[in-house]
Design a protein around this ligand. Structure first.
Ligand code: SF4
Ligand code: SF4
Ligand code: FES
Length: 688
């Protein structure tokens, strides 16, 4: 069967194949050794993993993070989340069609003692904040157990192939996220006082102050004196007709497939959400050679950094602001998407619908903090701290910094002789989590002579590596702060370091020295699957993708350390300073279909609870009848009673309650019950 895998990537090394055989519905397939079942199936072109027991509709992955239950398959006779279980040689994997049968095995279980471990600190989550905290805590030799549910440390950093924002000093700005993940992971694995447990999921913080953890399939109890919840966040889902089709992914799932597992899950992607997550995912798709048909954002402007949005627009991806998805169309899997313009009340404007052919829809409409462990620890009376996305949703650069602060707080709380947290740490943490600020105009550029950078970064964002990398100190921010806009004034020597380090790809270098009328403009370029050669005439564009003309490439160099190409293009003086990049994606890719597909179903026919296949309309009817208790809604409809434990639908149900005018303070929340994920019952007796 054809393998849908990346054969090359401009940033990530593609390892040699190490294949094993497994069986899908009895047919032999190959997988990369140790990859997750879901990735192996998608690499083999299989996107429908089963059919729902209630309505027979198709199921495929959504989160690839163990948080939903859409990717369930039967592996060696047991129902498992295919995104969390690795393929084994000769594994028999079957689609989950209807309700899985209980395994035949009825052998009596042997009871054995459950291992109990005492520790000073338990860190739940080995992502940017958990790792940064562990490093701080270890400086005081405090006994720590750090757990992560994946088979490697790094959390979301593993998925980030782009350079980070922030400052070089505090958040390794200019270094790619996955490299930062490796650096932090290596440091933590070398710490004597930190015991790292991979493949380990926290299940619940019990009232007897013990934390139940499944480690490599074995149940253990950990008694910590203090907990740091660094478990991250889960992705929000969205209501629209067709939202139960296969091939609708969260951004994290998409990045997991493409950037962690080097699987190519789609040929034509459409993105919902113009925050940083959606914008970056679009860039990652282009780096993987995937066509990005378009991106919709409901607000009048993208909420993510302007440099990210500009980068996508320049490469040729249309961004539809004040637009929303009307429906996902298809039989079992996504075949097209219909979008519509929306008014200021977010209502669709009739007659503005457009349908685009695509095979996958990526949803990036925000994240919800994983706050369960914090609440449970508080109820149990264990001192608890939170960091990273589990504390508040922000960039990973901010997560690393607030992890560092939490680590020092914990060290102090544990009685270590640690200094007070410097005020400037709090100040920096505040800046690093800032939302993007004002958009301003270009600074005046010097006259057309010599060589100097043009800075196309016009929005206040917490970032400044361009100022610290310059050997001649020629770039500084307007008022010296991290948030302020960078500007050039000085004596550029044309070293190109600012162009290479800029995570926004927002600096060009204009060189008038050889030819005033036709200067060369140096542009950063990272989309290796659209290779460029000297002599190519490229479609040069301005900051937001407007065409300036076709001009020739005169030089291409690759910086091996930064994995960025510097492409020099000869451009007339009249537009050289507006030139930022060149477009690579053909406009034809983003053409709407000739015939618009209008949804046959109403908006309230969309699923609100995917696990139990409950529609928005069913829930709305009950809310209109006066019910605002999530437990009652659950008891009547089963919405929230599915295997994900309401992780996906609770937020959506609260959205309908809000729409019906019920203040969130009047809503009775779902009663949360152990455990965090599904666990086979035989794991509990005897710690096996
Ligand atoms: S090219 Fe080099 S010298 Fe010129 S502004 Fe950029 S970093 Fe400074
Ligand atoms: S121009 Fe400077 S501040 Fe703006 S994104 Fe690039 S490195 Fe960051
Ligand atoms: S979506 Fe999982 S319980 Fe509702």
């Amino acid at each position: 069967m054809e393998q849908h895998r990346l054969k090359e990537h401009p940033i990530l090394p593609v390892p040699e194949s190490d294949l094993v055989t497994f069986y899908w519905n009895r047919a032999p397939l190959t997988a990369q050794r140790d990859e997750m079942i879901s990735s192996a199936l998608i690499a083999n072109g299989i996107h429908v993993f089963g059919h729902h027991h209630k309505d027979g509709t198709a199921q495929g992955i959504f989160c690839a993070n163990g948080q939903c239950a859409k990717c369930t398959v039967i592996a060696n006779g047991i129902a498992v989340k295919s995104c969390m279980v690795a393929v084994q040689e000769n594994m028999m994997v079957e689609s989950a069609d209807g309700l899985p049968k209980l395994p035949e095995d009825v052998a009596a279980l042997e009871f054995a003692p459950i291992e109990e471990i005492e520790t000073d600190v338990l860190i739940i989550g080995g992502g940017p904040s958990g790792l940064a905290a562990a490093i701080q805590i270890a400086a005081y030799n405090i006994k720590t157990v750090l757990i992560d549910d994946k088979n490697e440390l790094g959390g979301k950093l593993v998925l980030q192939t782009h350079k980070f924002f922030g400052s070089e000093e505090d958040s390794r700005a200019g270094t790619r996220g996955h490299e930062i993940g490796k650096i932090l992971a290596a440091e933590v694995l070398n710490l004597d006082s930190v015991d790292v447990w991979l493949n380990s999921t926290a299940l619940f913080v019990f009232s007897d102050k013990k934390v139940g953890i499944i480690k490599d399939g074995i149940y253990k109890l950990v008694s910590p004196k203090c907990i740091l919840n660094a478990a991250g966040a889960r992705e929000k889902f969205l209501r629209f007709p067709g939202n139960n089709l296969a091939r609708i992914y969260g951004a994290g799932a998409f990045q997991t497939l493409v950037n962690r597992d080097l699987v190519r899950p789609t040929e034509r992607l459409f993105i919902i959400g113009g925050g940083n997550v959606g914008l970056i995912a679009g860039y990652h798709a282009l780096q993987a050679g995937i066509d990005v048909v378009g991106l919709v954002e409901a607000m009048p402007a993208c909420g993510g950094y302007k440099v990210h949005a500009d980068k996508l627009a320049r490469l040729g991806v249309p961004i539809y602001t004040s637009h929303s998805i009307l429906s996902a169309n298809g039989t079992e899997s996504v075949e097209s998407i219909t979008i519509t313009k929306i008014d200021s009340a977010f209502k669709p404007i009739a007659g503005t619908e457009q349908t685009f052919s695509c095979d996958t829809i990526l949803i990036a409409v925000g994240l919800d903090s994983l706050s369960e462990f914090t609440i449970e620890a508080e109820q149990a009376g264990i001192p608890v701290y939170a960091a990273g996305d589990a504390l508040e949703i922000a960039e990973a650069s901010s997560a690393m910094f607030n992890g560092k602060i939490s680590g020092l707080k914990i060290a102090k709380a544990m009685g270590a002789d640690a200094p007070d947290i410097p005020q400037d740490w709090y100040d920096k943490a505040q800046v690093l989590k800032s939302h993007p600020g004002a958009i301003k105009g270009y600074h005046d550029n010097p006259s057309p002579e010599g060589i100097y950078p043009i800075i196309h970064c016009l929005q206040e964002i917490p970032c400044n590596p361009c100022t610290t990398v310059c050997p001649t100190n020629s770039i500084h921010t307007e008022n010296g702060s991290l948030m302020a806009l960078p500007m050039y004034s000085g004596s550029c020597i044309g070293c190109g370091k600012c162009v290479l380090i800029c995570p926004g790809l927002a600096i060009t270098l204009v060189d008038f020295r050889n030819d005033k009328d036709f200067p060369t403009v140096t542009m950063p370029y990272e989309i290796g699957n659209y290779p460029v050669l000297v002599g190519d005439e490229v479609r040069v564009v301005d900051i937001v993708g407007n065409e300036l003309g076709f001009y020739p490439i005169v030089n291409v160099t690759t910086n091996k350390a930064k994995l960025t190409q510097l492409v020099r293009v000869k451009i007339p003086q009249s537009c050289a300073r507006q030139a930022v990049s060149f477009s690579v994606q053909e406009p034809a890719i983003s053409e709407p279909m000739a015939a618009t597909v209008l949804p046959q179903r109403l908006a309230d026919d969309a699923m609100i609870c995917l696990c139990e296949r409950v529609t928005v309309g069913e829930v709305r009817k009950l809310i209109k009848s006066g019910i605002s208790d999530l437990n009652q809604l659950k008891a009547i409809t089963r919405a929230g009673m599915g295997p994900c434990g309401a992780k996906t639908c609770e937020v959506l149900i609260k959205g309908v309650l809000r729409e019906e005018g019920i203040p969130i303070t009047d809503v009775v929340p779902n009663t949360k019950r152990p455990v965090f994920i599904e666990v086979p019952l035989d794991r509990f007796p005897g710690g096996k």
